[in-house]
Ligand binder design. Structure first.
Ligand code: PEP
Length: 251
């Protein structure tokens, strides 16, 4: 039985005070980590404080990106070593906003996934098709390529520990959710890709989240699907009350 993992992605939102208020409310209210994994992926400037404040609680902190190198002349970048040193546990990699706006490639995402494992961070790898690709019936091929390229060169155990977030781009921040059947169909395909490309036991263990306008009103239906093991949530993760409803649904 795969444990559900609910991750909030704050993107580039909140000030320090708002971040603290959220964490003070949420940190003691989330269900135990035996029931569900609860993660908040916050902007870099808040990470240290949030890690300190959640120490000993079931709420874990993640970053939204990182560079794959450990150090060097990469002005403006943050390394996996720095995140690990802060006590960050998860890192979102290859989010569609990074792929689209910052032109991140599958090759870079793969290097970042390796770097995450090399430094004890759990990667949440985002994959998903555009509306144009869905309408051209390319969804399964697009997602398959992204998954294979992201996992390339990892060990069986690393693949098993990975979290993959299926996020159709047309459903992110649009209020337009994939139906639970549409979402599950692609998540089932992703599990099959992992099975064929890695192994049956890695496919059985890998957690696959759905992301795209998930909210308290639709989370139960999505999480009841056979191959959806959690959610990556943007807008509805910004308020503690709403985030807590989402993690409750993951129990
Ligand atoms: C996201 O940021 O990954 C996301 C799914 O956003 P939203 O929930 O707002 O669609």
């Amino acid at each position: 039985m795969r444990k559900k993992v609910i991750a909030g992605n704050w993107k580039m939102n909140k000030n320090h005070r708002e971040a603290e208020d959220f964490i003070q409310t949420a940190k003691n209210e989330v269900p135990s980590s035996e029931q569900v994994e609860s993660v908040v992926c916050a902007p870099f400037p808040f990470l240290q404080k949030l890690v300190e404040e959640t120490e000993g609680t079931s709420l874990k902190i993640g970053a939204q990106n990182m560079h794959f190198e450990e150090s060097g002349a990469f002005t403006g970048e943050v390394s996996p070593v720095m995140l690990k040193e802060l006590g960050v546990s998860y890192v979102v990699l290859g989010h569609s906003e990074r792929r689209e706006i910052f032109k991140e490639t599958d090759e870079e995402v793969n290097k970042k996934v390796h770097a995450a494992f090399n430094h004890g961070l759990t990667p949440i790898i985002c994959v998903g098709e555009s509306l144009e690709q869905r309408e051209a019936n390319e969804t399964m091929d697009v997602v398959e390529t992204q998954v294979k390229k992201a996992l390339d060169g990892l060990t069986n155990d690393q693949c098993a520990e990975t979290i993959i977030a299926y996020e159709p781009i047309w459903a992110i921040g649009t209020g337009r959710t994939a139906t639970s059947e549409q979402a599950n169909e692609v998540c089932t395909h992703i599990r099959k890709v992992v099975s064929d490309y890695v192994s049956a036991d890695a496919a059985e263990a890998v957690r696959i989240q759905y992301g795209g306008s998930v909210k308290p009103a639709n989370v139960d239906e999505l999480l009841s699907q056979s191959d959806i093991d959690g959610a990556l949530v943007g807008g509805a993760s910004l308020e503690a009350d709403s985030f807590l409803k989402l993690v409750e649904a993951g129990k």
